[in-house]
Design a protein around this ligand. Structure first.
Ligand SMILES: *Cc1c(COP(=O)(O)O)cnc(C)c1O
Length: 375
């Protein structure tokens, strides 16, 4: 049988999946456009990188013997630290090879083909792709025109048949966040048949902002099943090592996901680095301060060009550039500037730019100014 014949017999939900739009690497852009420096502002990475404490540990890592051994399948050291700091039971915690791994595990654990999942657009692509991969019917609720969550529309989209509600707060790509009142109002409308998947990939950037909710406390007030996701990829500067974690409302839910995941999904180097990073609060605080200052500067520079970025509590800005964003982003590559044009229907004139180093942010503004045709 030909590959095509074989493929035609596979599940339609898998054959129909879109590719994840991960963007270009710095190396690819450097070689293709022959630029000396690349401003990689498409993936919300931390321009400070990993903390010096993490780097020091990695250089001392006892190599040969340790590399031959399987990692700790339960991440016990990191688990104990997180449980202690957050005041949750260690058995409520789960680890993923990045929090995207946890999104995949949650989809496989909790969703059956044909079940409804409610989420937001513009969206973090995997919030849609993973549920679709298991055959879910994904219902998407657009953000309001002022780029805030449309809580009323989300509530209207929910039903007792909804198996999962997926929200990232702050939103990726928009950057806006629900406050405590809105979050409670939304959760009050959720059926106990629905698992609330609350993705806080940008938690550290937002946690000290006045209006940002204590989501762990608010989720705990409910009697719903929930899963709260956080990651070491953003404020901790460890995207390359792939560590994310989840807190489940009940150890039973975490236990089910534990059976679905691969047993050694976090490698030993990543576990150790994450444990050191978790304790290095100074590095996170400095990274968050950088992001806040850089974000304000970029917002002001964009506003001076007549652009109105969405409210953001995260390390990126999202805005309508008034023209085909993919074409503009492609022209900016020639300046060594990588941004993320939004490709979801209705948002094709929008782009997301990460807050990077001061040099990279200036490069972005300069390139954006010269390459745009609108305005
Ligand atoms: C970056 C991001 C993640 C994934 O991060 P990992 O690197 O897989 O931990 C998950 N959710 C959102 C909303 C993100 O922006």
């Amino acid at each position: 049988m030909s590959v095509k014949g074989f493929m035609d017999g596979l599940r339609a939900e898998v054959r129909g999946l879109p590719a994840y739009n991960a963007g270009l690497s710095s190396d690819a852009v450097r070689t293709r456009y022959d630029v000396p420096h690349v401003a990689k502002l498409g993936s919300n990475e931390n321009p400070r990188g990993a903390s010096t404490a993490v780097l020091a540990h990695l250089t001392q890592w006892t190599t040969a013997a340790s590399l031959a051994l399987y990692p700790d399948p339960s991440c016990s050291v990191l688990r104990a630290m997180i449980a202690d700091k957050l005041g949750v039971e260690p058995e409520q915690i789960l680890f993923g090879n990045g929090s995207e791994d946890l999104l995949a595990i949650a989809a496989h654990t909790f969703i059956a083909a044909g079940e409804d999942v409610v989420t937001v657009v513009p969206s973090f692509g995997l919030h849609i792709i993973y549920p679709q991969s298991v055959g879910a019917n994904v219902i998407t609720v657009p953000m309001r025109f002022d780029f805030e969550f449309d809580v009323d529309a989300l509530i209207a989209a929910l039903s007792p048949q909804t198996r999962m509600l997926i929200v990232s707060n702050p939103s990726n790509p928009v950057g806006c966040a629900m406050n405590a009142k809105e979050m409670r109002r939304l959760l009050d409308a959720v059926s106990p048949n629905t698992l609330v998947l609350w993705d806080e990939a940008y938690f550290e950037y937002a946690e000290n902002e006045e209006d940002y909710p204590d989501s762990l406390a608010i989720l705990r007030e409910t009697r719903l099943p929930w899963l709260l996701l956080r990651t070491f990829s953003k404020a901790y500067g460890l995207a390359g090592l792939r560590v994310g974690y989840g807190i489940a409302s009940a150890p039973e839910l975490a236990g089910l996901m534990d059976r679905v995941r691969t047993p050694f999904n976090i490698n030993q180097i990543a576990q150790e680095a994450a444990a050191i990073a978790f304790q290095d609060e100074g590095h996170v605080a400095a990274s968050v301060e950088d992001a806040r200052a850089g974000r304000a500067q970029m917002r002001a520079a964009l506003e001076a060009l007549g652009i109105d970025p969405a409210p953001s509590l995260a390390n990126f800005l999202f805005f309508d550039c008034g023209e085909d964003a993919a074409a503009l982003a492609a022209r900016m590559l020639a300046d060594g500037v990588i941004v993320k044009p939004w490709r979801e229907a209705g948002y094709e004139t929008c782009m997301r730019v990460s807050v990077g180093s001061a040099v990279d942010n200036a490069l972005f503004i300069d390139s954006f100014k010269r390459r745009r045709t609108a305005g």
